[in-house]
Design a protein around this ligand. Structure first.
Ligand SMILES: [Zn+2]
Length: 128
């Protein structure tokens, strides 16, 4: 499109001419339908949702590789961030809750497993 005042070539979605400052017809449209143009776009998925889904995946990984204690701890932290940044009923919320539960369970299970291994080693050592 071209500026109707000075004739400069502009981007098709330009609101204002960057040469002379005249508003384009796009700008006029934004004034007629301000709600359409300025309402925050509701994509249904926020950064909080993405963090929650990432937390859920890390939690699942922590069930398998929980011996590396960083996994469930990262899962718990990310789930907490996810819970804080998602609203009730949003896409990520159940992932964050599930992630938190799985991470805590993974952490507890692996701590218990390590505890029993140490106990077993002590029992064997004392029997010898
Ligand atoms: Zn112009």
């Amino acid at each position: 499109m071209y500026c109707r005042n000075c004739g400069k070539r502009l981007e098709n979605n330009a609101l204002v001419c960057d040469a002379c400052g005249t508003f384009t017809s796009n700008y006029a449209n934004t004034q007629i339908y301000p709600a359409k143009n300025y309402a925050p776009e509701d994509t249904g998925r926020t950064a909080g949702d993405n963090i929650s889904i990432a937390a859920f995946i890390i939690s699942l990984v922590s069930l398998i590789f929980g011996a590396i204690l960083a996994f469930p701890i990262v899962g718990i932290i990310l789930s907490g961030i996810g819970l804080k940044n998602t609203k009730k009923g949003s896409l990520g919320r159940p992932f964050a809750i599930a992630g938190l539960a799985i991470s805590i369970e993974a952490l507890a299970a692996w701590i218990l497993a390590i505890f029993f291994v140490i106990l077993l080693i002590l029992l064997i050592a004392s029997a010898v």
